[in-house]
Design a protein around this ligand. Structure first.
Ligand code: NZQ
Ligand code: ZN
Length: 390
């Protein structure tokens, strides 16, 4: 392991098909007034809301509800939450939903008692809350696997007025204190959302895997996770109620983005930067934006990290190397990735998400470019990748 790092993760996970039985006890560790945050109402249709309310009642909590957190949660909605928190002076936030609800809750915790401009300081300038700033502790009940928000500090917020979608990785104080992960809670997801979450997970792993050429334990961990995701995705697409597959997907998603496999690595994240820009302009589903741009992006940068791409082909996709150059092998690995995207029903092209040629320039303008992975893109290269993905 080259590189020096500090690793710790404060989130306690309750995992399994009865994980919610721990919720009441977990809640008792916090103050009496709980802000229950959720999305558009799926939790009321699948019974999760009833389980959560029962636990809140058992823990003797006073509950304030804040619903309607949308996919790609907006800063405008965050400001509405700030008002609710200030009016009710809650002790903690319980986020029940997917990445959008949990991301939103972290952002709300940071913004609720902050006196400055939260968007400008936390998201645009990437500052952290001062140690003295009051933050609300967060607990989570996860209903969709993919983002890893249940065990990380990520909070991706869209500022509609500014046409920007920006991710902030908050420090440990804003990680969920606990997360309840019941794979059965994900059974009611529409198949398209399940697949979007699967690709999001795969993308998180690839974003951390495609950098460096040292011999790193982080990369071997990443390969194991990718093999598990691919294997379980096939079973889950055949039978979305396959508990073993859905539980593997849920646990892989958590480990894909809780900082473990990034240790000692430079990381990439350009697929996410382009995907976030696509969502900023079109409000398209996160995981689908990543699927639509990944093959073109990786074909474009492959030559700068040829050995890693050849290893990806061999180890993740079981492609035989005999008689092939590294370039041929690497290209076959990306072809296998593109074939898997089709096989599981993720988006192969941006046009499937409604992106039009006229939107390429605004998307390129909204793309934040890092010096990451194997190659730093120019704006022109972003345009090229977008055109190749259309
Ligand atoms: O709002 P409800 O009614 O709950 O419906 C949601 C939503 O429409 C629905 N859903 C969730 N669980 C369900 C369900 N429907 C039926 N049954 C269930 N069990 O699914 C839809 C999508 O939910 P959402 O939370 O938006 O999806 P996801 O978990 O993919 O989160 C996406 C957001 O997370 C950000 C993305 O950019 C996007 O804004 N990300 C967060 C990251 C992080 N925290 O580290 C990293 C990621 O790369 C990502 O950027
Ligand atoms: Zn993602």
């Amino acid at each position: 392991m080259l590189g020096n790092f500090v690793y710790s993760n404060p989130t306690r996970i309750y995992f399994g098909d009865n994980a919610q039985s721990h919720l009441a006890a977990a809640l008792k560790e916090f103050g009496p007034k709980v802000l229950l945050v959720y999305g558009g109402g799926s939790i009321k249709r699948n019974g999760v809301y009833d389980d959560v309310v029962a636990a809140l009642y058992e823990a003797g909590k006073e509950v304030v509800e804040l619903s309607g957190v949308m996919p790609n949660p907006t800063y405008e909605k965050l400001l509405e939450g700030v008002k609710v928190v200030r009016e009710n002076d809650v002790d903690m936030i319980l986020a029940v939903g997917g990445g959008s609800t949990i991301d939103y809750s972290k952002g709300l915790s940071a913004a609720a008692w902050y006196e400055g401009d939260a968007w400008e300081n936390f998201w645009v300038r990437q500052r952290n809350p001062e140690p003295s700033q009051r933050l609300l502790p967060i607990g989570a009940v996860l209903t969709m696997a993919g983002t890893g928000s249940e065990m990380n500090g990520g909070s991706v917020i869209t500022n509609v007025a500014k046409g920007m979608k920006i991710g902030k990785v908050f420090p440990e104080r804003l990680y969920p204190r606990f997360s309840v992960l019941n794979p059965r809670y994900t059974f009611s997801l529409p198949e398209r959302q399940m697949v979007a979450g699967i690709f999001d997970t795969m993308s998180h792993i690839m974003e951390q895997y495609f950098s460096g050429d040292d011999d790193s334990t982080s990369d071997y961990l990443a390969e194991g996770l990718m093999r598990s995701v691919v294997n379980s995705s096939r079973a889950a697409v055949k039978n979305p109620h396959d508990y073993e597959a859905r539980s593997n997907i849920m646990w892989s998603a958590t480990w894909a983005l809780n900082t473990l496999i990034a240790e000692g690595k430079k990381e990439d994240w350009m697929v996410h930067m382009i995907g976030h820009a696509v969502s900023a302009v079109t409000d398209a589903t996160h995981g689908m934006t990543l699927a639509a741009v990944s093959p073109a992006y990786y074909r474009h940068v492959m030559k700068y990290g040829i050995h890693r791409f050849a290893r990806f082909a061999e180890v993740v996709w079981d492609i035989r190397p005999e008689g092939k150059s590294s370039e041929e092998l690497a290209a076959e690995g990306i072809d296998a990735l593109a074939a898997w995207i089709k096989e599981i029903g993720a988006a192969s092209r941006l046009s499937e998400l409604g992106v039009t040629p006229a939107q390429i320039d605004p998307i390129a303008d909204a793309t934040i470019i890092f010096d990451a992975g194997y190659h730093k893109l120019t704006r022109e290269e972003v345009v090229e990748i977008l055109k190749a993905s259309l």
